[in-house]
Design a protein around this ligand. Structure first.
Ligand SMILES: Cc1cc2nc3c(=O)[nH]c(=O)nc-3n(C[C@H](O)[C@H](O)[C@H](O)COP(=O)(O)O)c2cc1C
Ligand code: SF4
Length: 586
């Protein structure tokens, strides 16, 4: 079990994750010497820095290539977009195996979970920059540019251009937002009046769990502590989700103001945006808008002339860990530690960052709060359902003609979304990413809302021709990779689930494997420590319930060992010069 590390009480001007990233930029990896140096600088034990470096997927202890490539292996921008084949082609062109660095140090080729570009076909990050719409032709061109060591600045700019594809605007996205408008309106009211407006709107969190926002803010406001904190969760790691990418690029002013009015209500002077490492390329834009806010007196000391209101925001960039979207893991990461979820209760709202009362909300939730203050709670409640007021911004991708962003009033049916995005011959839809629910045709009349199908925003569409076992395998590999390893049911269970599915895909599946998959799924769901484990087997249970034939048709045998026996004893047979039936246990 991972050891809990002490809080770094020495406050540093540079965040630990940023310092490590900067060192890695210089040396293309983080060496034992660099770890000792950082431990010294931060006055922390070497073991803590080593644990942090080992925890985050984007920190490397072996040198990367000068061109460091990370292919998205997400179901949507990977499997559905033929990413696996493209990766192999790349590997051949560049003469480097996936997961390796070429001996001359020119290039390293790796895979990563979803990079939030599912509306742009197969995609990858190269030295942190996104390249979209990969196909065989583009792969070949990229390989040539790498072989000739052409600087990225001389590559075609359109390859890096991530446009926001918005097909449907609703309550939030259709509003033009004037800088400072929400904040100025907020400061004309008392904190309690503002909280009452948020309460009347019945706004619930947009990150997935749907907790009542006003209730969270009120508990935090009333909690005692030496300081209160506001944290914006911009980790957006759920594969198939990319709506926060749009919001961070095009609606970030409202997000800053939502955070500021939360700070005004709860009495915070400091806020953080926890930005996923995959979105590092958004940092310059976010910093520029932050600077503009400071210059306009909308952040910093005495905001809008109110001598009692001081609040500023710092952006902390993550380093490739899906679990850091879980709020307590995120706070651990903010504190410069591995992102291992805390034991809850106590919840962050009373014992969060540095043990102090902390509000953590999703990007979309803060934007909604800023808009509610501006337009009123009736405006917000004018759409949606009784328990799910307002609208939801969806990231739609997969087998449809029009992938992109869609904003709907809560209560919209899945069928309507499929119609709008021109999805034909749909076999299944995954709502809420791999951690969400897989539904078939019989459920397409169900509604997106907290009372029916809840989602953080991802809607993945699988056409008739898709092999659901491959999709389940992709999800199972994702969870096995992203499990933080803290608790046994999730750490071991997700790996066993992955192995079972690999075995079936290998053609060695049996009925017993299906029984084991059900038992394992139940165990992972019920006995894991945090939300990742609680939801990691949802897709499997849904698949077995709605599409049993997808797996059972492949499991006709009575028994097959959990590994390929001939392969496992190959070396022993060779060394002993034996290849007879007894040696092979036949
Ligand atoms: C494994 C895991 C990953 C999560 N990832 C995110 C995420 O990327 N963004 C997010 O807002 N919430 C995420 N959450 C939910 C957060 O823990 C938390 O509920 C949310 O940030 C609260 O904000 P909200 O009330 O505005 O939704 C995740 C939860 C789990 C268990
Ligand atoms: S459930 Fe998984 S991710 Fe959560 S604490 Fe346990 S091992 Fe870590």
């Amino acid at each position: 079990m991972n050891q809990r590390l002490p809080i770094n009480s020495d406050s540093k001007s540079e965040h630990l994750l940023h310092r490590l990233y900067a060192l890695q930029q210089q040396c293309l990896h983080i060496s034992p010497e660099a770890i000792r140096q950082v431990a010294n600088e931060f006055n922390l034990p070497v073991s803590q820095i080593t644990a942090v470096v080992a925890f985050y997927a984007f920190f490397y202890q072996q040198p990367c290539g000068r061109y460091h490539i990370l292919f998205s292996n997400c179901t949507s921008c990977g499997y559905l977009a033929d990413g696996e084949n493209l990766l192999l082609q790349f590997s051949q062109h560049l003469d480097v195996a996936p997961g390796k660095t070429r001996l001359d140090g020119l290039v390293s080729l790796g895979e990563t979970s979803c990079i939030g570009l599912c509306d742009h076909g197969a995609a990858m990050l190269i030295n942190g920059l996104p390249i979209i719409e990969l196909d065989a032709n583009r792969i070949e061109q990229i390989a040539q540019l790498i072989i000739t060591e052409t600087p990225l600045t001389n590559w075609p700019t359109e390859w890096f251009q991530v446009n926001d594809i918005v097909h449907k605007q609703g309550l939030m996205l259709s509003e033009n937002f004037t800088v400072g408008s929400s904040l100025k309106r907020a400061l004309a009211s008392s904190a309690d009046d503002l909280l009452a407006i948020i309460e009347e709107s019945a706004l619930c969190g947009r990150g997935g769990a749907g907790f009542n926002t006003a209730k969270k803010w009120r508990i935090c406001q009333q909690a005692s502590g030496s300081a209160h904190y506001v944290v914006c969760n911009a980790d957006e790691g759920e594969p198939g989700t990319f709506k926060d990418r749009l919001l961070l690029r095009s609606h970030v002013e409202a997000m800053f103001e939502g955070m500021a009015l939360c700070a005004y209500i709860i009495g915070a002077e400091k806020g953080f945006i926890y930005l996923r490492g995959e979105y590092r390329y958004l940092l310059p834009h976010l910093q520029a808008v932050l600077d503009q806010y400071r210059q306009l007196g909308l952040l910093g000391n005495h905001i809008c002339g109110d001598v009692a209101f001081n609040f500023d925001i710092e952006i902390i960039v993550g380093a490739g860990a899906y679990i850091c979207g879980e709020e307590s893991a995120l706070i651990e990461s903010l504190e410069g530690k591995p992102g291992i979820p805390r034991v809850r209760p106590p919840f962050p709202v009373t014992h969060g960052y540095l043990g102090q009362p902390t509000v953590v909300n999703n990007v979309e939730t803060f934007i909604a709060a800023a808009q509610i203050v501006l337009h009123g709670s009736d405006w917000f409640r004018s759409v949606g359902t009784e328990q799910s007021t307002g609208s939801k911004i969806l990231s739609v991708s997969g087998d449809c003609q029009l992938p992109g962003i869609y904003e709907y009033p809560f209560g919209i049916s899945v069928q309507q979304v499929l119609h709008d995005c021109e999805a034909k011959e749909v076999q299944a839809v995954q709502i809420g990413g791999p951690a969400g629910r897989l539904i078939g045709k019989e459920d397409f009349n169900r509604r997106i809302s907290f009372e029916d199908l809840s989602t953080g925003g991802s809607l993945l569409i699988f056409g008739k021709h898709r092999d659901l076992l491959t999709i389940n395998r992709n999800f199972a590999h994702f969870f096995a990779h992203e499990s933080c390893g803290f608790c046994t049911p999730c750490r071991v269970g997700t790996k066993l689930l992955k192995n079972n599915l690999d075995k079936i895909a290998d053609g060695r599946g049996t009925q017993q494997d299906v029984v084991e998959i059900k038992q394992l799924s139940d165990l992972i769901q019920r006995h894991s420590h945090c939300g990742l484990g609680h939801t990691a087997a949802n897709h499997m249970l849904d698949s077995l319930q709605h599409f049993p034939q997808a797996i059972e048709d492949l499991t006709q045998q009575v028994f097959a060992p959990p590994f390929a026996l001939d392969e496992a004893i190959k070396d022993a047979c060779r060394i002993t010069h034996r290849d007879d039936a007894v040696a092979r246990l036949k």
